[in-house]
Design a protein around this ligand. Structure first.
Ligand SMILES: *[C@@H]1O[C@H](CO)[C@@H](O)[C@H](O)[C@H]1NC(C)=O
Ligand SMILES: *[C@@H]1O[C@H](CO)[C@@H](O)[C@H](O)[C@H]1NC(C)=O
Length: 416
């Protein structure tokens, strides 16, 4: 009798404190719901979500919805346990540094009326884009006022010290995405980011909502935490290990965010390097399930694969090529043609970046500008040629591989 009372008391207490874990608001590790009706009938919400994707994409696409969903769950199971964590909490909300906020808010004000529909691709289940469209006021868009590669480098440079200080590690940029504009009804399925999106931040740039649109994260003990944001707020988060999403639909007009990502280089902020072997990234734990997965996908190792988007400002040609930003490449060429063919410290030229990213336009442009299609990376020490990079990343039938082949490009792989 006594035990039963304690049990009941516990249930009531946890319910009041909204203290719950995985697979309650949304499937995180599995589709077995753990909280009954604590949050209302989430099964109905989730079924509607998945059904929306399947109906949008028809019979063939429906398979992709399910495969992508299985992949999301696989990642949320595999990645968090495998990553090296650099902070005790995994997330922290602060105000964006004034310089960063100035850059972003003025970009938004100048360009918000030129938003474009975001293309999510077939069967993507990260948002309910089939029901609630998202838009982009992209910092990539050189057609917008102030947009393009230089602006991106400026943002990375302005944000980096804050996240370096928080993680205690030197960082290099890996991705910069946004400004994404979510609209009424939007849901963002909880997820971890694909690598190398490791040390990251979200900045809320603008919003027009009836109630706060909650960011739900799962803390180090797998407990759900709601985070609210206002324009100018910056949430630092270890996006490769911290599960994050917005499982409750957006009530209001819109919500505009930008996502800024880095990966640790292995060098500590206060000097010295963490121990790692130069082939594997320093931020995945050795012998973990993610390391196994990573090795399969990155046979050429970390350093060689790591684009020199790494050094912001220094390798603008590489970064523009990696992002397929033809406009910026033309601007760079107008200033200094040689910048299109510079080698970074791994012997990579913009042509290698463009090929790896699979941008046919950019590859063609660089070839027109006299890039050497047979240039081998790594200064003669086990490097690879563009054709090899293309084959490895995209396969024989990809337009970039076919284009290189039509030029008679040769294959040089690391073992030859
Ligand atoms: C790193 O963080 C994730 C997510 O918070 C957690 O699941 C994992 O156990 C942590 N890893 C270590 C070694 O503490
Ligand atoms: C987050 O907010 C939602 C909606 O108000 C609520 O149902 C849920 O219990 C909250 N989660 C936590 C962990 O407090």
């Amino acid at each position: 009798m006594k035990l039963l009372c304690v049990g009941l008391f516990f249930v009531v207490l946890t319910a009041n404190a909204a203290d719950f874990g995985l697979d309650c608001s949304w499937p995180i590790h599995s589709t077995d719901w753990k909280c009954g009706d604590l949050l209302g009938d989430r099964q109905v919400v989730y079924d509607h979500y998945m059904q929306g994707c399947r109906e949008k994409w028809g019979t063939q696409g429906a398979k992709r919805c399910d495969a992508n969903e299985a992949d999301r769950l696989e990642m949320t199971r595999r990645q968090p346990q495998s990553m090296v964590n650099y902070t005790s909490t995994g997330f922290k909300k602060i105000k964006a540094p004034p310089k960063v906020w100035d850059m972003l808010s003025s970009y938004w004000e100048r360009n918000k009326d030129d938003r474009q529909l975001e293309n999510w691709g077939k069967g993507n289940i990260y948002t309910n884009n089939w029901e609630s469209e998202t838009y982009m006021v992209s910092v990539d868009n050189a057609g917008l006022r102030g947009g393009g590669q230089k602006f991106k480098n400026d943002i990375w440079n302005a944000v980096r010290p804050t996240i370096e200080e928080w993680t205690g590690m030197k960082l290099q940029p890996t991705s910069l995405y946004g400004i994404r504009v979510y609209t009424e009804g939007a849901i963002l399925a909880p997820h971890v980011d694909r690598l190398p999106l490791v040390s990251s931040c979200i900045i809320n740039v603008a919003q027009d909502v009836e109630e706060p649109w909650l960011l739900e994260v799962y803390d180090r003990h797998d407990r759900a935490v709601n985070v609210t944001m206002e324009p100018g707020d910056m949430v630092l988060y270890e996006s490769g290990s911290l599960t994050h999403g917005r499982p409750y639909p957006l009530k209001g007009n819109f919500y505009a965010n930008i996502f800024i990502h880095f990966e640790p280089t292995g060098e500590r902020l206060n000097g010295g390097w963490v121990e790692y072997d130069d082939f594997h990234p320093p931020y995945i734990q050795p012998n973990s399930p993610e390391m196994e997965n990573w090795e399969r996908r990155n046979p050429a190792g970390w350093k060689k694969q790591s684009p020199s988007v790494a050094a912001p400002g220094v390798h603008e040609g590489h970064a523009a090529a990696a992002h397929g930003d033809l406009e910026s490449l033309r601007e760079i060429a107008a200033e200094n043609k040689r910048a299109l063919h510079l080698k970074d410290k791994n012997g990579w030229q913009p042509i290698h970046e463009a090929v790896r990213a699979g941008h046919l336009d950019t590859v063609k442009y660089l070839v027109e500008q006299k890039a050497d299609v047979n240039s081998v990376t790594n200064f003669g020490k086990g490097g690879v040629s563009p054709y090899y990079i293309s084959l490895q990343n995209h396969g024989y039938e990809h337009p970039v591989t076919e284009f290189l082949s039509s030029l008679g490009a040769i294959m040089v792989g690391p073992e030859l």
